[in-house]
Ligand binder design. Structure first.
Ligand SMILES: NC(=O)c1ccc[n+]([C@@H]2O[C@H](COP(=O)([O-])OP(=O)(O)OC[C@H]3O[C@@H](n4cnc5c(N)ncnc54)[C@H](OP(=O)(O)O)[C@@H]3O)[C@@H](O)[C@H]2O)c1
Length: 340
């Protein structure tokens, strides 16, 4: 065992694409575990897109890494000294130890890993946070049905690969979007997706049309940017868009025009369209609730009544310019109940 610990610290917050000058590598003494702690030698450190958010000062769902602090990250490691009865030397563990070779951490924050269950590294990927992300996104939001078309971006990546395979297992027709022919070949040949589309090739929209002849029912969004723009207009009625991440936009310096759907992820906002005609059967229920309120004056309303059908076109144009004030109506004839 070395008697030095090497750490990567955040030196400054990057603008745009991070550079190595944003980080500092330092050597220091090995940490000493206190009572209830273990000293862990890191074996695998997971690097994940979310870390771009952690080194930015922008408000997000998690606290950013402080300047001069060790970069945050999940690690699989081995216990080299234990002061927690639940762990012995040689145990394999998983935890958030950060970008460093060794760390002294409370035993209660650790998960013991059994290397006979799966390769240790799997705890950081397919059996870890990314795998769980794919599973949660699909089961909570996407809910693909047999025969539906599911599109997954960053399809060869940690989350996308699991998402597509689980969608396949649910009986969906699954199309992966990935960057370059090697990744696309992997997505089709190794992961077993029905088709793969290269977002770097020309005319992504036309390629998607060919790959998804029945449109798209579920989109597992991992990248945003031009890929999102190509997928979005191809979503079917009642499609589900799983807003998992938008890695293509994480280094943006200027906000892109329009509201950023990334806040849907950060703030766990639910966006769902609807058309009232899907719920006509609830009209009676609504009237029963609202009519007494109208009669009593508790539910107020205002009407903007234009006399005569001839005024309809102009009134309609006015409506589109905000000239109406209240519910715009055309009076076509007398209303005896109003005495008009
Ligand atoms: N919501 C959550 O709780 C949660 C949890 C975990 C991960 N995530 C998100 O899930 C997404 C995937 O994460 P991952 O860990 O599985 O990463 P990953 O897919 O293993 O790696 C990122 C991939 O994104 C693609 N990419 C990067 N820049 C791109 C660009 N400019 N345009 C298009 N594609 C680009 C690349 O694949 P190609 O070359 O194939 O394009 C790259 O390999 C990320 O957005 C991440 O933030 C969200």
């Amino acid at each position: 065992m070395d008697n030095q610990n090497r750490q990567v610290l955040l030196k400054r917050r990057p603008t745009g694409m991070p550079t190595i000058a944003d980080f500092a590598i330092t050597d220091g003494p090995l940490p000493d575990p206190d009572d209830g702690e273990v000293l862990v030698r890191g074996i695998y450190l997971s690097l994940d897109p979310y870390m771009r958010g952690r080194i930015s000062a922008a408000r997000s769902y998690a606290k950013p890494v402080d300047i001069d602090a060790v970069m945050e990250g999940r690690v699989v490691g081995q216990v080299v000294r234990s002061r927690d009865a639940a762990f012995g030397e040689g145990d394999y563990v998983f935890g958030g130890f950060g970008w460093q070779l060794y760390s002294a951490v409370p035993g209660k924050g650790l998960l013991k890993l059994d290397p006979a269950e799966a390769p240790l590294s799997a705890a950081l990927g397919v059996l870890g946070m990314p795998g769980l992300t794919a599973y949660v996104g699909l089961s909570e939001i996407g809910r693909p049905q047999k025969g539906e078309t599911v599109v997954v971006s960053a399809a060869s990546g940690a989350v996308g690969a699991v998402a597509g395979q689980l969608a396949k297992r649910a009986g969906a027709y699954v199309v992966g979007i990935a960057g370059g022919t090697d990744k696309c070949r992997f997505v089709e040949a190794e992961l077993g997706f029905d088709a793969a589309v290269d977002h770097r090739a020309a005319d992504l929209g036309a390629t998607l049309d060919r790959a998804c002849p029945n449109g798209i029912d579920v989109y597992f969004e991992n990248v945003g940017g031009p890929v999102q723009q190509a997928v979005f207009p191809r979503l079917n009625d009642f499609a589900r868009m799983i807003m998992c991440g938008m890695v293509a936009e994480y280094n943006d310096v200027e906000p892109r025009p329009g509201p950023s759907l990334m806040s849907v992820v950060r703030k766990r906002i639910k966006i769902q369209g609807f058309i009232v005609s899907d719920q006509w059967q609830r009209w009676g229920e609504y009237r029963a609730m609202a009519a007494p309120l109208v009669r009593s004056g508790a539910l107020k309303y205002r009407e903007d009544i234009v006399d005569g059908l001839d005024g309809a076109p102009e009134a309609f144009i006015g409506l589109l310019q905000g000239r109406n004030f209240g519910k715009l109506l055309i009076r076509l004839g007398a209303d005896p109940t109003r005495g008009s």
